[in-house]
Design a protein around this ligand. Structure first.
Ligand SMILES: Cc1cc2nc3c(=O)[nH]c(=O)nc-3n(C[C@H](O)[C@H](O)[C@H](O)COP(=O)(O)O)c2cc1C
Length: 349
């Protein structure tokens, strides 16, 4: 996830149980682009022991090919094509989710990528732009170009991150695609992952925002999917974090994401981006979110954390987000990139 799953976050997540593999933030590909150094660091320095796929977003075939050649010099597990980013600034350039309107272009890009990538070529897509009219046609292209792994976020671009995920269409992709399919969208917990895998027949799940809220989710999935006892329970049990564990996570996030010389208020703002999600599991009234959002300094931020996380440290961190406690009230429509940043938008493509 752009501006989230960077090197620091990957290292923190790995402390609590890494996923089977990672996908980088997207590398922007255009005539003047060079692979962004900070994203390359998440490929070369993560030390999580897990494979990392490099994700590309763009539409120019020659620039894609040049970028692939550059990236293949690094220890990437494979190349992933973004066909899903719903931010208007992105899709208006006919990249990311914007490409879903143009299957012929996808055909050309996938053909070129397939010929340039000797190893694993993967695709991350939404169901369509306005509607899923092109969905099956694009799945045919995924087959024709021998894509190795497909992740489907079960919403259209226009649905952004809102509303129900259309798991029935992910199940359709599982039927039609010749490669393994990962189900994506609102995988909020390990039991939810198991339910979605059962419903769709997917080979696995991709987890985005809920790994920010709950960094134990990958460990919990591993335990959930482990062999069962005679009574049907996960044999190893499933880890249930407490608020004290969450306090530990906040500490680690703060140190891992702190950059020497960065002003304190910027670091506090960066932490709020993560804590907006964490707060969905702290209390049902959203009191932690309310207090945390008012903090301006490191001290104020940690006072708010201690007040809500250490008063009853043995209390269980909610396994699902509390209903009605939202990560970014009223902000979603203003997404200008895929970013959660509330600050200025990064330079466009
Ligand atoms: C802040 C943010 C940044 C994202 N950046 C990317 C990205 O760079 N590449 C990508 O394929 N998806 C990106 N996504 C989409 C997620 O990968 C995922 O498809 C979506 O959030 C739905 O899954 P979830 O409910 O597990 O979060 C981003 C989502 C968010 C909220």
């Amino acid at each position: 996830m752009q501006d989230v799953t960077d090197l620091a976050f990957m290292r923190v997540i790995a402390r609590y149980g890494a996923p089977d593999f990672f996908f980088t933030e997207f590398f922007r590909v255009h005539a003047q682009s060079r692979p962004e150094k900070h994203i390359l660091r998440s490929v070369t320095e993560h030390a999580t022991g897990r494979p990392v796929f490099a994700q590309l977003i763009g539409e120019s075939v020659p620039d894609m090919l040049r970028t692939v050649r550059e990236l293949l010099a690094f220890p990437v597990a494979g190349i992933d094509l973004n066909l899903g980013c719903p931010a208007p600034k992105i899709y208006r350039k006919n990249v990311g989710g914007g490409l879903l309107r143009d299957p012929a272009k996808i055909d050309a890009i996938l053909g070129a990528l397939r010929s340039a990538v000797p190893g694993l070529l993967t695709v991350k897509m939404r169901l369509g732009f306005d509607d899923p009219a092109n969905f099956e046609r694009i799945l045919e292209l995924v087959n024709r170009h021998r894509v190795d792994l497909l992740t489907v976020h079960g919403r259209t671009v226009k649905e952004m991150y809102r509303g129900e995920v259309h798991y029935d269409l992910i199940a359709r992709a599982v039927q039609l695609a010749r490669c393994p399919v990962l189900a994506n969208g609102n995988i909020t917990s390990a039991p939810r992952a198991a339910a979605v895998v059962a419903q769709t027949g997917a080979a696995g799940v991709m987890i985005g925002r809920h790994a920010i809220r709950n960094p134990w989710i990958f460990r919990q999935c591993r335990e959930q999917f482990a062999p069962r006892t005679a009574t049907g329970e996960p044999a190893a049990g499933v880890f249930q974090p407490t608020l004290a564990d969450v306090r530990d996570y906040v500490d680690r996030l703060y140190s891992a994401t702190a950059t020497p010389g960065r002003p304190e208020r910027i670091q506090v703002a960066r932490m709020k981006k993560y804590l907006n999600f964490v707060g969905q599991g702290v209390d049902p009234a959203g009191a932690f979110l309310h207090d945390m959002r008012r903090a301006q300094t490191e001290v104020e931020l940690f006072v708010a954390c201690d007040r809500h996380l250490l008063v009853d440290p043995a209390r269980r961190f909610a396994p699902e987000p509390y209903p009605g406690v939202v990560a970014r009230p009223n902000r979603e429509a203003s997404f200008e990139t895929c970013s959660l940043d509330t600050g200025p938008v990064r330079p466009a493509l």
